[in-house]
Design a binder for this molecule. Structure first.
Ligand SMILES: [Zn+2]
Length: 179
């Protein structure tokens, strides 16, 4: 049956988000968990393929855009936008821990400008990777931007400034409101 996507609803490869989240039903024996290696195989093979096909810049853009889409959906499903900033940040931290995404810490959040600096340790995407000199958590950049955008209603540009892949032990994200 053809799926009709309503206006304003994000079309994820012609499936709805609800359909994608029906994991319990489809994986009665295997359940909802899987090894991080599987996630990383998917992520890094896709990075390599997109780079080969469209170049590195487009690959990064694709990961950021996808992350942002997912971040907004994560906000809708898991976060309470009515919370005051500090409680909201604590809730993100708790949810990212619950989902084994990573350990979030808010180093700075300037309420005047919206500028934030966040760190994620044991990040799902990169923790343990060899040093390549380049940050790799572009999906997370988008994911954080998507959450902050949904909460503040402002457009965010998030840049990873430290990463396991640049020799750091945490990923550090600089989040600025787009001018
Ligand atoms: Zn990283």
């Amino acid at each position: 049956m053809e799926k009709i996507v309503k206006k304003g609803e994000t079309d994820v490869a012609s499936l709805s988000w609800d359909a994608i989240f029906q994991v319990k039903e489809g994986r009665k024996k295997l359940g909802e968990q899987m090894p991080v290696e599987v996630y990383r195989m998917f992520e890094y093979s896709l990075r390599a393929t997109l780079t080969q096909m469209y170049g590195k810049e487009s690959m990064i853009k694709a990961f950021r855009t996808a992350g942002e889409m997912a971040g907004r959906e994560f906000y809708k499903r898991n976060l309470d936008g009515d919370l005051m900033l500090n409680d909201f940040l604590a809730q993100i931290q708790q949810k990212l821990l619950e989902y084994n995404f990573g350990l979030l810490r808010v180093e700075k959040f300037d309420v005047q400008t919206g500028h934030a600096v966040l760190t994620v340790s044991e990040d799902l995407d990169c923790s343990g990777l060899p040093v390549s000199g380049e940050t790799v958590c572009n999906y997370d950049e988008g994911f954080i931007a998507g959450i902050l955008n949904a909460y503040t209603k402002k457009e965010y540009v998030v840049t990873e400034i430290d990463c396991w892949a640049t020799g750091d032990t945490v990923c550090r994200f600089d989040a600025k409101v787009k001018e």
